[in-house]
Write a protein that binds this ligand. Structure first.
Ligand code: ATP
Ligand code: TPS
Ligand code: MG
Length: 306
């Protein structure tokens, strides 16, 4: 199959229709009236997913991790581009990949503007996503002393799912699903439009490491309470058995949002069931973690590529 035939057959059906110039020219053209958020994330076989991961899951995750960054910025997903490097053009793999992308597009409300397809040794998927700001951008730099820190959902399952895929533990399919096809907190995010958020970040590299980015950008310290952090029962049980909280604190790929909000806003957000308080912002620097009052130190702070 030729490169152009492949694009026409697999990717043209996913293309945005309601844009000035859609997929097919040297570049797409879109009209925009307000502010747009733009982000890029790459998935590399062997680094971000196991080489035998289902194609549907790879596609879903590639779009989900980008949409997660848009949500963290307070932007509604609209469009994306796809750069794909394939070791070979395998019909069945591509059909699965397009199914996963189609499902993700519908779930996240965005469509394909264009991209690039090349041959290469390592399967690599790079997506650049564009979203429309729905208010002020939620920056990492806005956390203020006495703010409450809130998390939109549980953490730790994706890291436990990876352990299961690697054969290190045998638990249940919920963890594997969290690793392969992470769900985003879309409903909570929709409702959060009505609340003033001082700072936000999505949890991709691990809660403590990403909280550290918020702390550094804001020039404050953050304090987290392990017993308040939401986690799936399987994760909590595993951590309690091992006396080790590194999965929810540093495992990463959770794609929940960490928010810093004024204490009175936090009470309303919690009452609406949109996020739970897990700590607070203090004067100082860095992230400290307490478990029933005892400091927790982590051997490994979070995911690092190098
Ligand atoms: N190669 C690069 N060229 C230009 N800017 C980059 C590059 N890599 C990262 N950045 C920028 O650095 C900032 C931090 O990037 P990073 O990838 O750590 O973001 P993140 O959202 O924390 O991580 P994730 O990749 O898990 O979504 C972002 O503003 C990003 O655009
Ligand atoms: C095969 C395999 N090895 C390791 C991991 C774990 N992992 C990969 S990327 C990442 C953080 C986000 O990365 P980025 O900062 O690039 O967005 C984590 C925790 C995995 N999922 N699959
Ligand atoms: Mg991010």
């Amino acid at each position: 199959m030729h490169e152009f035939e492949l694009i026409e057959r697999f990717f043209a059906p996913l293309a945005c229709r309601n844009v000035s110039v859609p997929l097919g020219d040297d570049a797409a053209v879109i009209e925009c009236s307000g502010s747009m958020a733009v982000c890029t994330d790459t998935l590399v076989a062997g680094r971000h997913f196991l080489p035998d991961a289902p194609a549907e899951a790879v596609a879903w995750k590639a779009l989900a991790v980008n949409v997660s960054d848009l949500l963290a910025m307070n932007a509604t997903p609209r469009h994306y581009t796809l750069a794909l490097t394939l070791p070979q053009a395998d019909d069945a793999w591509l059909a699965g990949f397009v199914r996963g992308l189609d499902e993700a597009q519908h779930a996240f409300g965005c469509c394909l503007l264009g991209g690039d397809t090349t041959g290469g040794q390592t399967l690599t998927v790079t997506i650049t996503a564009l979203g429309e700001l729905r208010g002020v951008p939620w920056r990492r730099a806005g956390a203020q002393p006495r703010d409450a820190l809130m998390l939109t959902g549980p953490v730790g399952a994706a890291a436990l799912g990876l352990k299961q895929l690697l054969g290190e533990v045998c638990l249940n399919e919920e963890m594997v699903a969290a690793q392969l096809k992470p769900r985003l907190p879309l409903d909570a995010w929709q409702a959060l439009a009505d609340y003033p958020v001082h700072a936000a970040i999505d949890i991709s590299d691990g809660l403590v490491q990403d909280a550290g980015h918020m702390a550094a950008a804001s020039g404050v310290g953050l304090r987290l309470y392990v017993e308040k952090i939401p986690m799936q029962k399987g994760v909590a049980d595993w951590c309690a058995r091992q006396h080790d909280w590194s999965l929810p604190l540093a495992g990463g790929e959770d794609y929940q949002l960490l928010l810093s909000v004024a204490a009175q806003t936090a009470a309303r957000i919690e009452a609406a069931g949109l996020a739970v308080p897990i700590g607070e912002v203090i004067e100082g620097e860095g992230v400290s973690v307490l478990h029933h009052g005892q400091p927790v130190s982590l051997a490994n702070g979070g995911f690092q590529h190098f």
